[in-house]
Each structure stands twice: as C-alpha cells, then as structure tokens.
Design a binder for this molecule. Structure first.
Ligand SMILES: [Zn+2]
Length: 699
C-alpha cells in the first residue's frame, strides 16, 4: 500500500505536525492531517504495527477536528473524522448486491475434496486447475462497494440477493479504508466481500469486563460481531473493536463499464493482492496456491492445529479455483458457486458428566428437560447446561443421571448431547424421572396425543407468566427497552408483576427506592413502557405469545383486521381465508380468542392505553370519505386498473383487503366476477356494489 519512500515522507510529515501546538490554519494543513491519520490508521488497524503513540494520534485527530469544525468547507466526505460523524441509523434499508452472495457448499472429509476436484476438472476439460486455499474466518459477511476510489456502500449478506445497508456502521471500522486506490488498477466500480470479526483475545476481554460489571456474557464472537454491525449507533460499533478482513472481489468494472473480472484481472490470488495493496486487511499472508488435492490436504492438516492458536476464530478452510476464467467456466448452481468449496473442521466433542436434570416451563407451558453438566470448555465457550428437548430424546439416547455424556458443538451456537459412553457406567447411574406435575405450580402435566412434549395447562402458572412477560417485552414483540429478563424475574419475585397487564401499572415511585435502581433507569423503564403503548397492532398480536403465531403470521393477520377484538368474532374458516394462515394456526388463534381470560387481558390492556387498533402507520389520505371502511375489488374493472383502485381507496382513507371475510364492508364487482362474489353473497354484512357506485362514494 505505502512504499518505503511514501512511508518516510509520511513519518517526516507526522513529526512536523506534532512538533508544534499551533498549526497554520489552512486547507493544506487539513489535507496533510488527513493523509497522516489515514496512514497511521492503516499501520494500527491493518498491520497492527503502530509507529506513534495513542496520545500522538489523538493529538493529530483533534487538530483535524478543530480545523474542520472551524472551516467546514475544508472537510472532505472521506475524512477520518467522518467515520462516526453520521449519527444514528434509524433503520437498515435493504439493498441489492451487485452479484448474488451465494453460500459455499460444505465438505467434511477428503473424499469430498476429490469429488470437488473431479467436478472442476470436468468443467475445465484438459487443463490443470490451480486452487487457492485460505482459512475460513468465523464472522459476519459484508459486501463493500467503492466507486471512483470512495467507499459508497456497505451491506450485510442478508439473503444473498438483498442485504441491509450498514454503510454508517462500516465507516466506523478503521480497518475499512474510506478511500482506496482501485483506480491504480483501472477499476472504477468494485464490489468486494469479506468478513467482520472480533479477535478472540478482544472478545474474551469484553466478556471479562461484562462479567465484572455483572452483565450477561456474549455467547460467541461471530454473533457478537454481527450484532455489533447492526447496532443503531456507529459509536457503539466502533467501541467493540470489530475488524473487516476482505478476501474477494466479486465485481469490478472500468470507467467504460467493462467487466474487468472477465478481462484484465486473471486470478483470485491477484485480486487479494490488489485488496492488500489498496489498504485492506486480507488473508494474503495465509493464502496458499495448490495444484493437487494432496497439497490442499497438507494445508488443511497444518491449519487443523494452527487454528487453535490463531487469533481469529476459524471453522474451516475455503478452497477456490484460482483462475477467474476457470471460475467462469464452472459457473454456479442456484445455491453455490461450483468453483469454490468450504472444508469444515470436524466438530469438537468433549466428555462431561451429567449431574442433574432441571425441568423448565416455557411460555406456552411446554416442559423442557435441561441437563446440568460438569462445565466443559468447547470451541471457545464454557458449557454447563444443555437442552435435552423432550422425554423421547432422553429415552432414545438412554441418558441417565451420572452418565458420561458426549457433548458436541460444531461452530453452531447451541451445544448438543450426542450420546452417552456406556462403557464408563459404574453402577451409580439413575433413570431421569420425568415429572408428572408442573415444577412451578404443581398442576398435573398433560401430553396431547401425537405430541412429544408435556405441558402445564394452568393459565396462572408463575413460570409461564414469567416466560410470557419476557416474550411480551422482547424485540420482535412489544420491544420494551429498559425491561430485560432480570428485571422481569425480580419484579415477579417482589410481587410487582403477576400478569402482563401489571407492566402498565408498575409503581415507579416504589421501584425508585429499590436496590440497583436509579432515577435514570426508572425513567428509561417508564419511557420504554409508555412508548410500547403506541406499537402497531401486529406487535401486540405477536406479543400475546399465541402458539404458532410468529412475526410474519402476526403481520398477515393484523393487515386483515381493524381491531384486535375482531378476532373474537372470526371463525376458523374466516381466519383460514387470510393468506398464509393454515388450519393449525387458525385453530390456535381461534382457541386463544375464545378463552375469556385472554379477552379480559386485552380489554384491560386497552383500558391501560395500549393500542389495540389497526392505525395506518402513514396516512396519505387526502380526505376521509371512506374512513374506516374496507374494500375488495373483483372481476374485470372497466373504469380503472387495480393499482388505481387501491390508490383511490387509500387516498380517501379506506383500506383494501385481500380476501372476503366478515371484516369486509364493500365488494366492488366488475365483469365476470367469480368465487369472491359467491363467497361475499353468503355474508350478509358485506355490501356488493358496482364500479359506478364506488365512484359515487368518493366523488
Ligand atoms: Zn405450571
């Protein structure tokens, strides 16, 4: 990136700028400061070899900030001061990738590698393939776009086609240059891919600090990295010491729009060299070029050991065909490129002893057995409890208390009991007694035919109430900030919370006097709860914790109702008329809204100020002629298109439904109307009108 001559000049310049406390107030000085700060960022974040102290760096940075503050006209968009200056991200907008981010096919053994090699050779016919092999970093994928050498966009992987725009957060990562000299290679526009990671020692330190503050420790580095990339505050992202390692050029064009991956650029290795030279952190030092499967195996064996001491978590190796021309010949399936494969290291297993089994009550009353084991350290985390799923799982694996169990964790978050080592049984093993009564409220447990899970049916079961409350306040539900698991557990213990509606009757004056509460945390809690009263209807529906009703179903249902109480009157057939709702879900919703306790809860919530109505989130209504009325169009319309019809309804304050149900007020019938008309004729409350009558309503 910087050759020796450049580095000497920049070091000389650094010394000059640091020599005095009063720098000349000129645009030129601002340029000089930006240049040296970028250089020191690269030394620090990419090479990990800083040549000035943090104090000196801070001094340069604050000089620049002062200058740019006084003379905003001197500030440039790619100035290092802009890394966190853009403020909070309200929402991560979905954006399309220039080239789909396909996932790699996984392989687990050497036979898979020979298979891969054979397939590649079939594609490229008589030529001998060359492979690049590099460690597979266990982080969060990211795609960056540079135009005219400037970072213009950063996105998460998302579903591979669309990712979330996280540009502001990516700018906060000092290992991502805001300006990179791609133009040196004739590249005007480029999309590059990589992984955002947290080094293992930094991750451990973060957890140590959290433990010391009594906070919950993070599960693993990968999830923490991806979570940190998506916090709404770029400062927060910066504080978590994320690093981006870029390892792939997925798209490159010159100023005329020519595809450079099909012309000037020839190998993957060359692409990584370019990234390295443009100032990115890359796996160039770890990258090996191999000409045979046996050479690849040597590298894999080396890394199978080396990964334990390597500062970044790796869960395997990535093997890519080196020649870009060969890559193109191989092409991709709908899911994977055919020119690359991931080799996964074998899952790590450990032995431990099953000490006891605890039975947890979920929010729907399901009883889950949880194994408490002697703590074992596996793939970077200490494991002391593992879900045993259900009674069948225990019987099938013949797991007993005091058994030696084999615990596995394959890069995934959730550890798993593979089985028991029968040879190590010493006669002290005892059967796991599955309770017949709820461990929380002692009600008799029931197991519906065809289900594997025992449940507690008591609606007032305290353990269920706790889980229901935790679900109610969670991010995907009512999203109540300042009210976590621990808060709920302690409020229940103190008798402040006995049910969901109690959340809206909390005695704040009393809480203020409790240990561990300050004015600030009480007001955060209060704000969070007050804010939640205004949430859209689907959130309340999801928060109720109805079985089988997740976020998507909640949104589907909410779009078809005016008020949550509409669901009290809807039949199973009407519910099933909603797109996406099957018989199981419909039955579950029906059951929920036919339990008097649930309806009482909803009336109580409404009285306490919680939104139970479907309020349009943005009202573009020009007038209110159709306010509160619902419409559906069927048949061939002669006066307007469907899109225009929808627009007319909305502009006049009405709402469009997508199917015939009891909530429909007007069915507007065009020519050749079919099943919808027949269906609507059976529901007396629906008025069937013509296009002309509809037009009269809005004229
Ligand atoms: Zn119970």
């Amino acid at each position: 990136m910087y050759d020796t001559t450049q580095q000497n000049r920049l070091l000389e310049l650094t010394r000059k700028l640091l020599r005095t406390d009063t720098l000349p107030e000129t645009a030129h000085t601002a340029d000089e400061l930006r240049e040296v700060i970028n250089y020191h960022d690269w030394r620090y974040y990419v090479l990990s070899e800083p040549v000035i102290t943090d104090y000196e760096y801070d001094k340069l940075f604050s000089f620049l900030k002062q200058l740019e503050g006084k003379h905003p006209e001197w500030q440039t968009p790619d100035s290092p001061t802009q890394r966190v200056a853009r403020g909070l991200t309200e929402e991560f907008t979905p954006v399309p990738h220039l080239v789909s981010m396909l996932s790699l096919e996984n392989s687990y053994n050497e036979a898979d590698l020979y298979d891969f090699d054979r397939r590649v050779k079939e594609f490229i016919r008589h030529e001998t393939p060359e492979y690049c092999i590099e460690p597979k970093f266990d982080g969060s994928s990211i795609a960056l776009i540079y135009e005219n050498d400037r970072l213009v966009r950063a996105a998460t992987r998302g579903d591979g086609i669309m990712g979330d725009d996280i540009t502001n957060n990516a700018m906060a990562l000092s290992s991502i240059p805001l300006r990179a000299a791609f133009s040196k290679y004739g590249i005007y526009r480029v999309e590059i891919r990589g992984e955002v990671i947290i080094q293992r020692h930094i991750f451990e330190k973060m957890n140590e600090e959290r433990r010391a503050r009594g906070e919950k420790v993070y599960q693993n580095a990968r999830n923490t990295a991806s979570g940190s990339l998506r916090t709404k505050d770029p400062n927060e992202t910066r504080a978590r010491h994320l690093e981006a390692i870029m390892y792939h050029i997925s798209y490159a064009e010159d100023p005329q729009g020519n595809d450079l991956l099909a012309s000037r650029l020839t190998t993957h290795y060359q692409c990584v060299q370019i990234l390295h030279d443009c100032g990115f952190k890359t796996p160039l030092r770890e990258l090996r070029v191999c000409r045979s499967v046996s050479e690849l195996q040597d590298v894999i064996h080396e890394w199978n050991e080396r990964r334990h001491t390597f500062p970044i978590d790796t869960d395997g190796m990535v093997i890519k065909v080196n020649s870009l021309r060969h890559q193109q010949v191989c092409g991709s399936t709908a899911h994977h490129p055919r020119w690359a494969i991931a080799y996964k290291f074998a899952a790590r297993q450990a032995h431990s002893k099953l000490l006891k089994v605890e039975f947890q009550v979920g929010r729907t009353g399901a009883i889950t057995p949880v194994a408490k084991i002697e703590p074992v350290f596996l793939s970077g985390v200490t494991i002391s409890s593992i879900s045993l799923h259900n009674e069948d799982f225990i019987r099938e694996k013949d797991i007993k208390i005091n058994d030696t169990v084999i615990v596995e964790r394959a890069g995934e978050v959730i550890p798993y009991i593979v089985g028991v080592v029968e040879a190590l049984r010493d006669g002290s093993q005892v059967e796991i007694e599955f309770p017949r009564n709820c461990p929380s409220c002692n009600s008799a447990l029931v197991k519906p035919a065809g289900e594997a899970v025992w449940r507690c049916d008591n609606a007032d079961c305290p353990a269920q109430t706790e889980e229901r409350l935790i679900h109610f306040v969670s991010k995907d539900a009512m999203d109540i900030e300042g009210c976590g698991k621990e808060t709920i557990a302690s409020f229940i213990q103190l008798g402040l919370l006995k049910s969901i509606e109690d959340l809206y009757r909390l005695p704040y004056e009393h809480i203020r006097k409790l240990e561990g509460w300050k004015d600030k945390s009480v007001s955060n809690l209060k704000n969070g709860i007050e804010e939640s009263k205004k949430r859209p209807l689907w959130r309340l529906l999801h928060a109720l914790g109805i079985r089988h009703v997740g976020v998507t179903t909640s949104k589907d249902v909410a779009a078809h109702i005016q008020s949550i109480f509409d669901l009290e009157r809807m039949s199973i057939e009407q519910l099933m008329a909603i797109e996406g709702i099957g018989p199981k879900v419909a039955q579950s919703i029906y059951d929920f809204f036919h339990q008097p306790a649930n309806i009482r809860l909803l009336h109580e919530l409404k009285k306490l100020g919680v939104n139970t109505e479907n309020k349009p989130e943005h009202t573009a209504a020009k007038n209110n002629k159709l306010q509160g009325k619902t419409f559906l169009f069927t048949g061939t319309l002669k006066n307007f298109t469907r899109a225009r019809a929808k627009q007319l309804v909305e502009e006049n304050g009405g709402r469009l439904l997508s199917s015939v149900s009891a909530n429909l007020n007007y069915l507007v019938v065009g020519e050749d109307a079919g099943s919808k008309l027949a269906k609507a004729q059976k529901i007396p409350s629906i008025q069937i009108i013509s296009e002309e009558e509809f037009l009269q309503m809005i004229s």
